[in-house]
Every structure is written in structure tokens, then in C-alpha cells.
Design a protein. Structure first.
Lengths: 100, 100
């Protein structure tokens, strides 16, 4: 997925820092990704999901992220959660919540 | 993933200040590091971990930092936590929390 960087695409195509948690929030990893596709590949490798199907949601509220367009609007260090078959997003428990 | 140092990448390769805490947050040290690899070496020496295996997570939320790329995106004075075998990241207790 190499591509020439033009001035206008630099902003959206440069690698951005993402944080990816497992469904039980026991593991959280920092991963750099240029795109949603890139992130999906790296999540598969980093969390050793092999060929198991999964998708990504926002850790904060379970919003499914499935388009590049939407991915590109997210802030650096957005926290994603990996959901595999049968897994469901759950709100963080009180003890691990840092919201205001 | 070697790369030539152009003017713009100099910024990311110069030594940056890091703070490194133990898993129980009883010790916190300021360490200058050029890279994740450099930081890992210095943590081993500074905290006298000898040959014990360990890894680094972000103190704020337990995100594992295992790539140079991701390390380079972190702000100066980011607080890391050293986790050795059997240790687990835990949120700071109420008394040590400084969030708004």
C-alpha cells in the first residue's frame, strides 16, 4: 500500500497513533496506522488473531468503525476495541474509567 | 525500517525526556532516550532489572508501547510504566490521580 505523498494527502495518509484494546480491556497496544485497512492488518498481527474474523469499534461507546472516511476523522490516539465473533462492547467499569 | 535523516526527521530522533515508573508507582525516574530501544536499555540499567524480561506501557492507561514508530509519536515527558513478568497495569488510586 505504498503511495506517493502529495501535499494535500500528507495530512490524511501519514501514519497516526492508535490504541487498540481487547474486548475485555486486559490488553491495550499502541499501533501506528496509515489507514483503517492498515490498522486492521496490524491488529491481526499484533494481537495474533490469525484468521479469526473481527471488527473495530470505539472503546468509549462501541461505535463501529468500518469506513476509511470515518477513520480519517478520528483523533490521534483514539482507543479502538477489537470485537471477535460473539464478543460485545461493554462500557468500562468504574475502576478503569477516566472520563470527567 | 531504517531511514535517512532529513531535516524533518531530526526532530524525532533527538533524545527526548521520558519518565519511567515501576508497576507499584513507588519509583519514578527521568530518563533521556533517543528511541524505544535506547529507553529499554536505560530502564534496564537505571532500575537494575538485570536480565529480567520486562516491557513498557503508558502509565496513564496501560497501552503497550512496542514499536519505535509509536514511541516517536509520544509527547516529551510521557510517563511509562515498567511491567515485569506477573505484573499488570493498574489504574492510579484516587489519591494519586490528578485528572480534572
Amino acid at each position: 500500500t505504498q503511495q506517493l505523498l502529495t501535499e494535500s494527502s500528507l495530512e490524511t495518509s501519514k501514519a497516526r497513533p492508535c490504541r487498540v484494546a481487547t474486548a475485555d480491556r486486559s490488553v491495550r497496544k499502541g499501533i501506528m496506522a496509515h489507514s483503517l485497512k492498515d490498522l486492521l492488518h496490524k491488529v491481526r498481527d499484533t494481537l495474533m488473531l490469525a484468521n479469526k474474523p473481527f471488527f473495530l469499534v470505539l472503546e468509549e461507546d462501541g461505535t463501529t468503525v468500518e469506513t476509511e472516511e470515518y477513520f480519517q476523522t478520528l483523533a490521534d490516539d483514539t482507543v479502538f476495541m477489537v470485537l471477535q465473533k460473539g464478543q460485545k462492547w461493554q462500557p468500562p467499569s468504574e475502576s478503569t474509567r477516566y472520563q470527567l
